[in-house]
Design a protein around this ligand. Structure first.
Ligand SMILES: NC(=O)C1=CN([C@@H]2O[C@H](COP(=O)(O)OP(=O)(O)OC[C@H]3O[C@@H](n4cnc5c(N)ncnc54)[C@H](OP(=O)(O)O)[C@@H]3O)[C@@H](O)[C@H]2O)[C@@H](O)CC1
Ligand SMILES: Nc1ncnc2c1ncn2[C@@H]1O[C@H](COP(=O)(O)OP(=O)(O)O)[C@@H](O)[C@H]1O
Ligand SMILES: [K+]
Length: 482
């Protein structure tokens, strides 16, 4: 798993490391790594390094210092480097001296329009982990002159380091080089960061436990249930799907289908769309009602069941079975309207709530807001549940405060029915007895991978995401073992 630390923790860790490191050594390491990546980008975008032009955007702090030192290193490789100072009297003195010694040019930022327009690469050292709010006017006015790819130092300036939110002018980077540890912005707003590279500056021993975790392919592969020689269709965990209605069977077909694609044991369906589900998925054991559905090891309740009395009874029944429940879509609205349904929950029964932003607001009385991680954590604690907050970056929090994040690989999954596919997959993993928090994270990971594979650059319907689940699972298992 990849660890991610909030800036307060990173600052503390840096202070501890600084106390035992020669002055300037950390910035030297950071800037050297930055310069290596800058040279790579020049090769990639401008064909070669020597003779190419780099513009440095230099703010008032150490982020600007990194850019200045990297500029000095690039000068040694024959790059034409111009630093544009946003706060001339506060630019990092040692960095500035190093750049001047190396033959770099220095200009006030307001004179930098043509330098930016002619640059092959722009290095954004405006602001790093001490950032607050969007870019200030002096920096914001420069944005319109940038046409070259931008390499962000630590994080793209103007984007909030801890929440990834953008409230005004901000940098959009093609690549971000970060130091010591990944920060929340890198996963919460990947579109602004571009590819993120981590430069080791020796911080890991000072960091402690991460604030957020991101699954990688090996984690997803390791968690994915694989039947053994002793298994039969029951031992792997049977998932029950209570979804859809006679008038709207689509949600049932998608959720049950996703469970079929993600389960090697058995899927039961219970509800008024039984005939349609059976037509689509002959392997599903389908009945008309949850009350005669037979035993399952996890329930998925909600997509398309409606928010009336019948839906409520279905949810109460599932909650009373003593098995994990994934409550999605209409089940979330039912809980929002009548929180007392949760009284039916067998004590200790894992509950996984999977709202999108609108359902989250219904459930908690507030939209997730800019700090989606804190919002998900608070709601998980309040409902003593795992809360999976959907969106471009899916956030999975449990009641103990653990958080998994899954940045999507593109926005094609934002399509009707895509959430039904996610809940079917999540149910399959719950039935296989995965830790519910991990089940949510792994389902989100495989869902976004399936969507990417299915879309390949064009719109994909939810049924296409569903059909790509086997390819996605095959991919993670191959890479995870590789
Ligand atoms: N510590 C270490 O060991 C290492 C640290 N390293 C590097 O240091 C970076 C952190 O440096 P830092 O703390 O000096 O501040 P930094 O982020 O450069 O901000 C500077 C000033 O910008 C201003 N400002 C704020 N918001 C703004 C906005 N929206 N738009 C415009 N300006 C804004 C605000 O100044 P103000 O004008 O408010 O006084 C603020 O003080 C870190 O990200 C990494 O790159 C690496 O070298 C590795 C070793
Ligand atoms: N902009 C986006 N980029 C990537 N994935 C997204 C985006 N918006 C939503 N998603 C994902 O698409 C799915 C949508 O779920 P949901 O809103 O419940 O759809 P529906 O109710 O139509 O099934 C979720 O997995 C969510 O994380
Ligand atoms: K920056």
């Amino acid at each position: 798993m990849q660890g991610i630390w909030i800036t307060e923790r990173i600052r503390d860790a840096e202070q501890r490391l600084l106390a035992v490191t020669p002055e300037g050594a950390l910035m030297y390491r950071a800037a050297f790594g930055l310069a290596v990546h800058a040279a790579e980008m020049l090769k990639e975008h401008a064909g070669r390094v020597a003779g190419r032009r780099v513009a440095l955007l230099v703010g008032a702090g150490n982020n600007g210092g990194d850019a200045l030192w990297a500029g000095a290193f690039l000068r040694r490789r024959g790059v034409g480097v111009t630093a544009l100072l946003l706060a001339a009297d506060r630019a990092h003195p040692a960095g500035l001296a190093a750049l001047r010694r190396a033959g770099g040019r220095v200009l006030p930022a307001e004179d930098g329009a043509s330098v930016l327009e002619q640059a092959d690469l722009v290095i954004d050292g405006i602001v790093g982990i001490s950032a607050s709010g969007p870019l200030r006017p002096g920096a914001a006015n420069l944005l319109e002159h940038i046409s070259a790819p931008v390499l962000a130092v630590d994080l793209p300036s103007g984007v909030d380091p801890d929440t990834g939110t953008v409230d005004g002018p901000a940098i959009t980077a093609a690549r971000t080089v970060t130091f010591g540890a990944r920060k929340p912005v890198h996963v919460l707003n990947p579109a602004r960061c571009g590819d993120v590279d981590l430069v080791d500056i020796g911080l890991s021993g000072e960091l402690g436990e991460p604030d957020l975790l991101r699954l990688d392919t090996a984690d997803a592969a390791g968690a994915w249930p694989v039947p053994g020689p002793e298994d039969d269709k029951y031992t792997q965990g049977v998932v029950g799907i209570a979804a859809g209605s006679a008038a709207f069977p689509g949600a049932a077909v998608l959720a049950a289908g996703a469970a079929v694609r993600a389960t090697s044991g058995m899927v039961r369906y219970a509800g008024p769309a039984a005939d349609v589900v059976r037509d689509h998925w002959p392997e599903v054991v389908a009945t008309g009602s949850v009350f005669d559905a037979g035993r399952v090891q996890a329930w998925v309740v909600g997509p398309g069941i409606g928010t009336g009395r019948e839906g409520r009874e279905v949810l109460e029944h599932a909650l009373a079975q003593g098995v994990p429940v994934c409550a999605d879509a209409d089940a979330i609205t039912i809980i929002a309207n009548s929180p007392e349904v949760l009284d039916a929950r067998e004590p200790g029964t894992p509950l996984l709530l999977t709202p999108h932003a609108g359902e989250f607001e219904r459930l908690t009385g507030r939209p997730p807001g800019s700090d989606r991680v804190s919002a998900a954590r608070a709601a998980a604690a309040r409902f003593d549940a795992v809360l999976l907050l959907k969106g471009h970056c899916t956030v999975v929090a449990d009641a103990g405060g653990r958080v998994l994040v899954n940045p999507a690989r593109g926005s094609w999954p934002a399509t009707a029915g895509s959430g039904d596919v996610l809940s079917g997959m999540t149910g399959a993993l719950l039935a296989a007895r995965l830790d519910p928090w991990l089940a949510g994270g792994v389902a989100a990971y495989v869902h976004s991978l399936a969507a990417e594979r299915a879309a390949r650059g064009v719109p994909v319907p939810a049924s296409g995401i569903l059909d790509a689940i086997p390819e996605a699972v095959r991919t993670i298992r191959a890479l995870g073992q590789g």
